[in-house]
Design a protein around this ligand. Structure first.
Ligand SMILES: [Zn+2]
Length: 314
């Protein structure tokens, strides 16, 4: 309880700074690399949005069935939502400071069957050696965020890193009862997590809401997409950045129909409540955000629109 109250207070305290930051125009500049990777200064370091590629998922993951046929038609064709498939971008955040190289999630790796797995080559193109990654912070343990923690040889892709995950997320996936309680079409998620998380056991630091897990990085609980899903506020004197993860997943559906239940959330009503509360605060605070599945590079602002919200890319 305490942790939660603390988290909310810290999060709200940032409002003044963020509103100030929003006044100076932000620009994502292509990094000093031929790849054209998006990058900008953040704190005493540099932020990068790296692409792990696109996934190919059933369109039901993005399109709530509670939408009318007409509403569905107005959405198909926008933000990677096709007739049959949803092909979201996957934006892996990297924050390089003088002391640390911090990754938020690890991409899908090479064993995920439908897309992703491009993080390793993206790191190479900006000159980052996987051995130099000091910290890996997980939003949650779904395949497209976790499975890249292993390389093609099933060894740790970031062998020297300290890993960070919420205690709640860790306990959920490693609970021996989770597999039998999971619908069949998602059981591979559980097996995948249970094959990987134990390999991190010696290097994992487990956190809870409100914790400052690394200098300037505060945990904001955003449960629903998974039981322990977490987002992160990166605090900086001049500019802050909110790492959303999958709590706000699609630039069209999550913003225009935020209260509709989403097929991608494990607890759909908790996911909707979390999404609404976050959108409300982020719009109020004029926070700069980066979303894992928002259109690459996934960086922008939340603004209110007539009925709900809209994503305004930077
Ligand atoms: Zn995801």
């Amino acid at each position: 309880m305490n942790g939660h109250r603390h988290s909310r207070r810290r999060f709200l305290q940032t409002s003044a700074t963020l509103a100030g930051a929003a006044l100076c125009p932000l620009r994502l500049v292509a990094a000093d690399s031929p790849s054209g990777i998006s990058s900008m200064p953040l704190g005493d370091g540099q932020f990068f949005s790296l692409s792990d590629g696109q996934l190919q998922l059933p369109v039901s993951m993005a399109l709530p069935d509670s939408l009318s046929a007409q509403q569905q038609q107005s959405i198909i064709g926008r933000n990677n939502i096709g007739d049959e498939f949803y092909t979201p971008d996957c934006n892996v955040v990297l924050w390089q400071t003088p002391e640390k190289i911090i990754l938020f999630d690890t991409g899908a790796g090479s064993q995920f069957p439908v897309g992703g797995g491009e993080l390793a080559s993206q790191l190479e193109s900006i000159g980052i050696d996987p051995y130099d990654v000091t910290d890996v912070v997980f939003t949650h343990a779904h395949p497209d965020h976790l499975w890249g923690v292993l390389d093609d040889f099933d060894d740790l892709a970031f062998p020297e890193a300290q890993f960070h995950m919420s205690q709640r997320e860790w306990d959920y996936w490693l609970n021996p009862n989770t597999l039998s309680r999971t619908p069949e079409n998602r059981q591979s998620f559980v097996v995948g997590a249970q094959n990987r998380l134990p390999l991190l056991a010696d290097q994992i630091a487990l956190f809870k809401g409100g914790d400052e897990i690394l200098p300037g990085i505060e945990v904001v609980e955003s449960f629903g997409h998974t039981p322990g899903h977490s987002s992160f506020m990166i605090h900086d004197n001049n500019r802050s950045l909110f790492v959303v993860g999958d709590a706000i997943a699609n630039a069209v559906v999550s913003f225009e129909y935020p209260s509709l239940l989403s097929g991608s959330d494990q607890d759909q009503s908790m996911g909707a409540n979390t999404r609404l509360a976050l959108l409300d605060r982020l719009a109020h605070d004029k926070s700069l955000i980066v979303g894992y599945h928002l259109p690459a590079p996934g960086v922008g602002y939340v603004e209110r629109s007539d009925n709900a919200f809209q994503f305004v890319p930077v």
